[in-house]
Design a protein around this ligand. Structure first.
Ligand SMILES: Nc1ncnc2c1ncn2[C@@H]1O[C@H](COP(=O)(O)OP(=O)(O)O)[C@@H](O)[C@H]1O
Ligand SMILES: [Mg+2]
Length: 292
């Protein structure tokens, strides 16, 4: 079922956001719009400010100029509509799984019965039924990250901010969780900003992929992936289109100073060179428009 994301409203909007740590210029005029129910993946070299960007979105740290808006309202602190998923799971080792999953709800002061119901629902949605009383150390990495995901989902946030959430997992578990994340998102659609070091993951999970420059981080390039909703990841992995885009993004990341060339041919999709290499003209400038 592929409802066009064109019809959705902008959910998150960053406009000209700059961030400094003392003299260190970390984010340079970041402009990003994320639509309701859209999955945006972000690729960028280490240290380019990806985590900083997510922490700003989550209202955990301030920014120096520009605007960060959630549905038109300025983000000035943590908001219940946004939830974060961390690379190293961020579970409390001394709390049982159900307590970890209910943590955000407890902080929000929800009634116990509601917490119990939500914890039950999301524990089951991520496939952890039967492990409610276990401590994190008794579970595999994949199971711990399922719990991290359930904890974020349980708050019923509109926006998930995921900071390399599958980066610490083995390849097979990672692929399973990629599949499951998309299935969960089909069952309960949300906007997501998903940071990753993996080009494959960015292409498979993103409706749109953004590429950042090395520090100070700027959005250098963005493209729609066009694989559509309800996508079959195995099929995509085997497709020529996937291989071409993968090769293209490798080229971009390996050559941060070079002007991005044109996308491999696909008339209905759009890529935008946001920041060029030295002294070049724009190309392929287009509006949005996701293929179904
Ligand atoms: N709290 C902080 N104080 C000072 N410098 C920081 C702080 N957090 C991150 N940095 C620096 O800001 C840059 C961007 O960090 P980060 O956002 O973690 O990058 P990424 O997630 O892309 O690897 C790095 O050079 C890092 O050392
Ligand atoms: Mg980081």
């Amino acid at each position: 079922m592929a409802e066009s994301l064109n019809e959705k409203e902008v959910c998150l909007h960053l406009a000209g956001v700059h961030k400094y740590y003392g003299d260190l210029h970390v984010l340079d005029s970041i402009d990003i719009e994320v639509y309701e129910e859209e999955i945006v993946t972000i690729l960028g070299p280490s240290g380019c400010g990806k985590t900083t960007l997510l922490r700003i979105l989550n209202g955990l740290i301030s920014y120096d100029s520009g605007d960060v808006l959630y549905k038109g309202e300025r983000v000035i602190g943590p908001r219940p509509e946004m939830a974060m998923v961390f690379q190293h799971f961020g579970l409390f080792p001394w709390k049982r799984l159900s307590q970890n999953i209910g943590y955000g709800l407890n902080i929000q002061g929800r009634p116990k019965e509601e917490i119990d119901n939500l914890v039950r629902h999301y524990t089951s949605l991520v496939g952890l039924e039967g492990f409610e009383d276990n401590f994190p150390a008794e579970l595999s990495g994949g199971m711990q990250q399922r719990a991290g995901l359930a904890r974020a989902l349980a708050t019923q946030a509109d926006v998930l901010l995921l900071d390399e959430p599958f980066g610490a997992l083995d390849a097979l578990t990672r692929e399973q969780l990629q599949d499951e994340l998309l299935k969960i998102n089909e069952a309960e659609p949300k906007s997501m900003i998903f940071i990753t070091h993996s080009i494959d993951e960015a292409l498979l999970l993103g409706d749109r992929v953004l590429v950042m420059t090395p520090q100070p981080g700027e959005i250098r390039f963005e493209m729609e992936t066009g694989f559509g909703r309800g996508r079959d990841l195995e099929e995509i992995r085997g497709s020529q289109r996937f291989q071409e885009l993968r090769h293209y993004l490798w080229g971009l990341l390996k050559n941060p100073d070079r002007k991005p060339g044109p996308l491999p041919d696909e008339p209905e999709l759009h890529g935008t060179v946001v920041k060029e290499g030295a002294g070049n003209d724009d190309r392929n400038q287009t509006g949005r428009g996701h293929g179904p």
